[in-house]
Design a protein around this ligand. Structure first.
Ligand code: HEC
Length: 133
């Protein structure tokens, strides 16, 4: 009986997980380079530490200042601070003062694209978002 209950639980769980994976975007239009970026799950992986390349870039390149209770005057930021569109706009326009003052210049254009991919992929409401190109 216990085994039956377990396999029943597994049967119910599998489609739920599959649906979730389908709902998240697989590509995004990158206004900075005017190209379609394919969101490859490998380097974007969220669940596995240390979060793949995009996540590492966010942690090392942004969270150094944007951590909770930092003394740099930077607002706390995490992936869900913005929507996917919001993150795209931030990277396309480089609007934050920290970008203008050169705090992003430690990263190459390619790294900033990967970071943008990562934030786009895991942004607020991103689980319900569709491909953008
Ligand atoms: C050297 C410290 C530093 C680094 C590194 C840094 N920031 Fe900032 N950032 C700041 C500070 C300070 C502000 C507030 C500036 C202001 O309001 O005048 C800010 C503001 C922002 C804002 C606007 C505030 C908001 O809530 O919308 C965004 C977005 C942002 N940063 C994103 C990033 C991203 C993405 C990275 C990594 C690529 C990054 N920052 C790296 C210090 C930093």
């Amino acid at each position: 009986m216990k085994r039956f209950a377990l396999s029943l639980a597994a049967l119910l769980l599998v489609p739920a997980l599959a649906n979730q994976a389908e709902a998240s975007p697989k590509n995004r239009y990158d206004a900075t380079s005017q190209t379609c970026r394919v969101l490859d799950d490998g380097p974007l992986e969220w669940a596995s530490r240390p979060y793949g390349e995009g996540g590492k870039l966010f942690r090392n390149g942004c969270k150094g200042c944007h951590s909770r209770n930092n003394d740099k005057g930077a607002p706390f930021l995490w992936v869900e601070s913005k929507t996917s569109k919001g993150w795209n706009l931030i990277f396309a326009t480089r609007s934050p003062n920290c970008a203008k003052s050169g705090a992003w210049d430690t990263m190459t254009i390619e790294q900033l694209q990967k970071l943008n991919d990562y934030l786009y992929r895991w942004a607020a409401n991103s689980q319900d978002a569709n491909d953008s190109c």
